[in-house]
Write a protein that binds this ligand. Structure first.
Ligand code: G4F
Length: 337
């Protein structure tokens, strides 16, 4: 019996309050937990950070059950070394500079990490352990403002990204397909729509709204500054989406799958719900600040995940409201302590 070995890439996701703190992202931590429950031996790559506490803050509770390795998507020698040492059965590349607005401030870093980083991974994988299965975290941001006539985005919807982040992810997505076809690798893309949880960095809009609304409710803050309130997102729960990653990588045929709830809500609706749950009217507290606007904005996302539901048997468990309620309860607990 050979225990399956999964190798995850945790790249600094630049998504926490302090840039470059959490090397182990929201999805990485939930995926590691999930794979452990399935009996996997889990290895993860972490980037060196001047604050060692922040390198494994989201996986600290399972630190004794996983193995972390220092490395970087832009340092091919580190990827080679780790793959040679681990010889994994499954490789999940979920490392990225994942913040869309920040990708306008750091376009070159974003493209190097999210595009060249994928190529570096694929090259090491192809040379060292081509029998492994590979998962690439692709994104609904690749669609840009392209929507099918029925109001959904799906695997066949044309992609017209509107941010350096979206452009970089489109390269990653394309090069995975190219390597799959050229070298007969089992390399798949999950095209994941927005997914959130209490572990989401609090400079993404859901956790920013929930955290600040709870602070206002407890008298710890007065106002919430937001950018565009009238964009729409298809928001699911990260825990549901890491299950999809595992199903995608284990499907007999390497392929590409949209992962989404098939519903959509505006930032305004989400904000209204959170404030109402806390007994407040959002209009009394929310102000717009243009520093949170993007030079070009993706207006509307609603994913059609019929393919993943039919072929993989995947479906989300959390509703939009249950996900937000869990986040509200989390921050109430944090601030009431
Ligand atoms: O929460 P967001 O920053 O997520 P965004 O840009 O949709 O990207 C997320 O989802 C992608 C999948 O489609 C991932 F690939 C990506 O890595 C990331 O996880 O912003 C959501 C919406 C945007 O329209 C934004 O303009 O909220 C709007 N918004 C309004 N005020 C704000 C704010 N976003 C942020 N981050 N902060 C605000 O103050």
């Amino acid at each position: 019996f050979k225990q399956k070995t999964a190798y995850e890439i945790y790249q600094c996701d630049w998504s926490s309050d302090v840039c470059s703190s959490d090397l182990n992202g929201q999805d990485g931590s939930y995926l590691a937990e999930y794979l452990l429950t399935l009996g996997y031996e889990v290895h993860g790559m972490v980037r060196r950070n001047s604050m060692s506490e922040n390198q494994d803050s989201r996986v600290i509770h399972i630190a004794d059950k996983i193995t972390t390795h220092y490395g970087d998507l832009l340092d091919e020698s580190s990827i080679d070394r780790i793959l040679q040492e681990v010889m994994p059965d499954e490789i999940y590349n979920i490392g990225a500079q994942s913040h869309v607005r920040i990708s306008f401030d750091m376009p070159q870093f974003t493209v190097k990490t999210n595009a060249l980083g994928v190529l570096n991974m694929l090259e090491s994988y192809r040379r060292i352990c081509p029998k492994a299965n590979f998962y690439q975290a692709s994104s609904s941001e690749m669609f840009g403002n392209s929507v099918d006539e029925d109001g959904f985005q799906r695997e066949t919807t044309p992609m017209h990204p509107v941010s350096p982040y979206g452009c970089s992810k489109m390269f990653g997505y394309s090069i995975v397909k190219n390597y799959r076809n050229s070298y007969k690798l089992h390399a798949s893309n999950g095209i994941l729509f927005n997914h959130e949880s209490p572990r989401r960095g609090s400079n993404f809009v859901t956790n920013k709204v929930v955290k600040t609304a709870v602070q206002i409710h407890l008298g710890l803050a007065e106002k919430l500054e937001l950018g565009n309130l009238d964009t729409y997102r298809d928001w699911g729960h990260s825990k549901d989406y890491v299950r999809a990653m595992h199903l995608i990588i284990n499907h007999p045929e390497a392929d590409d799958f949209v992962v989404s709830t098939m519903g959509t809500h505006s930032v305004r609706e989400m904000t209204k719900y959170v404030f109402k749950r806390l007994g407040m009217n959002y209009e009394d507290y929310v102000i717009q600040n243009k520093i949170f606007m993007r030079p070009e904005e993706l207006q509307y996302l609603k994913g059609d995940s019929t393919k993943a539901r039919t072929i993989l048997g995947w479906k989300p468990i959390y509703t939009f409201e249950e996900m937000l309620d869990e986040m509200i309860d989390y921050w109430l607990n944090v601030f009431k302590k």
